[in-house]
Unconditional design. Structure first.
Length: 171
């Protein structure tokens, strides 16, 4: 499968991701209108990734986020309690994207060699497709536990494929 075919199957728009975040965090997000919440979450994530790229997440203030999104400080707090909650939401969503798609790809082939190739390609394609999420999670986030959890899950999938391949004499 090439990148364009992968993108058609596994690609999600920023709007899709923001909708999933909204639906998974209704207990935290105090906005009732889904369309409004999804549009604002998309703005918030884009702004966080931009600011984190420019000066780092730890250096970002809520005021910076408010200015970049055009959403008042008070309104931002309707989406999360503070930067720590925002960080958790972004890391959880990034991990969810990787986990779901890698697991799906790893089940496509029985043959370990084909599975291994498919998972490695998927990981590379996902890192390109969701670059801001990957970059933020692995380069900016100071919560190393979330990054380690994502990496451990990927290693678990790859290890299982390699062990199966060794047992079958494929590798």
């Amino acid at each position: 499968m090439d990148y364009n075919a992968f993108k058609k199957i596994y690609g999600a728009t920023n709007q899709d991701i923001s909708r999933e975040v909204y639906r998974n965090n209704k207990d935290i997000i105090k906005i009732k209108k889904e369309k409004t919440a999804v549009n604002n979450l998309e703005k918030i994530f884009n702004a966080v990734f931009y600011i984190a790229y420019k000066k780092g997440f730890q250096a970002m203030s809520m005021r910076d986020l408010s200015q970049k999104t055009g959403i008042s400080l008070g309104a931002l707090y309707a989406y999360f309690k503070g930067k720590k909650d925002l960080l958790g939401i972004i890391q959880t969503q990034g991990w969810s994207i990787i986990k779901k798609d890698l697991e799906q790809v790893s089940k496509v082939h029985e043959n370990p060699r084909k599975r291994l190739k498919a998972v490695i390609k998927a990981h590379v394609f996902l890192s390109e497709l969701f670059r801001p999420w990957f970059y933020f999670t692995f380069m900016e986030a100071r919560n190393i536990e979330a990054a380690k959890s994502m990496e451990n899950h990927t290693q678990k999938i790859l290890t299982e494929i390699l062990e199966t391949g060794e047992n079958l004499g494929v590798f």
